[in-house]
Design a binder for this molecule. Sequence first.
Ligand SMILES: [Zn+2]
Length: 386
Amino acid sequence: MSRFHWTCESTDGDARAGMLHTAHGPVATPTFMPVGTVGTVKAMTMDAVRSTGAGIVLGNTYHLMLRPGAERVRALGGLHRFMDWSGPILTDSGGFQVMSLGALRKLDQDGVTFRSHIDGSYHRLTPEISTDIQHALDATITMCFDECPALPAAPDAIAASMRLSMRWAARSREAFVPRTGYGQFGIVQGGTEADLRAESVQALTDIGFEGYAIGGLAVGEGQELMFATLDTTVPLMPRNAPRYLMGVGTPDDLLGSVQRGVDMFDCVMPTRAGRTARAYTERGTLNLRNARHATDTRPISPHCDCLACSRHSRAYLHHLFRANEILGPMLLTWHNIAYYQRLMRQIREAILEGRLDALATSLRAEWAAEDWTEDEMPRPILPPVP
Ligand SMILES: [Zn+2]
């Protein structure tokens, strides 16, 4: 079995196409990881997730420790077997969810005590406990336990929080049990302050991890400030390790971040949008609840081979959402994940062929363009009424 490592195949500007080698198989990067919070990518079967070309999915420590519990998952053979996903799984550390509990949690220098959102019971997470739970879940990639402050915050508050996260990163590393093909990622913090981000990168590279994540962005600072932070932070990060931007984002966020040297992403946007009738397409987003789709026999996208686009019309999806039928979210989540995976494949091919800037220009022009006309959409799903 191969050791956990990332190899660069090609660069185009600051963008990188590479391969992540893990105990659970390789993953081509740049990659988008569908979020499987509670051991399921909401509304999708694992066969559907696989069919989109997704190579790695996320699990969530906070949710899985509360239900069904890490020890039960371990006893049932680990998260891969439990959820029927034989590929790599990355688990977040629980830090972000716990911090967002607000009044339900109490932070100290050693960790966080919090109340379950399910039954109000008390639980505790420390760097050691979080790392042990991720081990019990059999996570291919374990994330460091960190504190993620809400932005905007005063620079001294961000500095104190970042330094606490760096002490916790050292403790997470100490608690991590090395196994062949498994890795652990440190998380760069420091808000939008360039000097704090630089200090954080230095602290993490001094400890040494198999990969490095950028945390604490996409929390309301806006795309311009997020990209500006990447512009100053990413060049400082190790070149021979994967870089993961946590919780990002829209198709345009992914494209701009890849152009700045990021390799891995996760976000609830495509799955959440799939449950609220919003479709991502090459021509921007569509709201399938909109009345203009009620008699539209065309697929969501002429470029998509998902089940929704190959078998069903916009009119049928519109009907499913209006009737609150569960098949609507199932089909549209599938479509949105298929779109995100297709986008990442397009971006990767363009990097390999040295034409990412040209692709970026045409993708952005298409996203801003109007919906396809009848002429541009030559394959209606339903036969015309005789
Ligand atoms: Zn589709």
